[in-house]
Ligand binder design. Sequence first.
Ligand SMILES: *[C@@H]1O[C@H](CO)[C@@H](O)[C@H](O)[C@H]1NC(C)=O
Ligand SMILES: [Ca+2]
Length: 244
Amino acid sequence: MRYCTQHPDTCIDHKMKVLLLLVMLTAAACAAAPQDLSGKMFTFPQQTNSAHVRLETSREEFSAVTVCLRSFTDLSRNHVLFSLATPSAANDFLIFKKTAADVIELIARNSNVEVVGQEYKLNTWHSVCATWSSQSGLVQFWLDGRPSSRRFVNSGSNITGHTIITLGQEQDSHGGGFDIKQCFIGMISDVHMWDYVLSSCEIQRYVDNLNFTPGNVLNWRALQFQITGRVLLENKPVSLYECH
Ligand SMILES: *[C@@H]1O[C@H](CO)[C@@H](O)[C@H](O)[C@H]1NC(C)=O
Ligand SMILES: [Ca+2]
């Protein structure tokens, strides 16, 4: 400010520069360009009630959903794998691992169902997919390409409203309400989301990492995201059989 009062001519110039810088910073903060995260993973190394990744989509209505991701953890307690909230439903679409061995809870439109009997091993990379259709109301869970029974959860209404998707923390409110006892610790990679139910063949292609149709809502190869707290974007180690 001292600079301005002493030099009225450069004052405007200085203000313009500050303004321009602010505009540029704001633009950078708002328009996080999509990134190709092929070969990368998010590492969640710590138990917190804050560290998470927000995945951005502008979509605000879904009559069906498929989410696929790969995860690695040593947690035997409750933990969240995928949390989608809208203003009207904090659990509009949720994939949640329960403490009990091999129990996965799926929630759509705030209604839940448990699927059991699949081998959710610790310290192992798993391919996890979940589907839901509002028309049938059915959900299905796929662990490493093995399907669960198809179970009814909620039909007849769509997921609508401003969509907030988080990895690492489970939303008890729209964009917040995180519980440290439900946070995810470990690594997550290859997150895709589609606005339709994938066929079993398409899911198999995802699991085998063959040429699959990338998510049309979230695409790991063109992902817009925002990291809060200690979450690292790291190279995903190749599996052992790929070592030479
Ligand atoms: C749900 O969304 C679909 C298409 O996105 C639309 O055709 C349908 O009318 C919607 N259903 C309801 C109950 O709003
Ligand atoms: Ca919770």
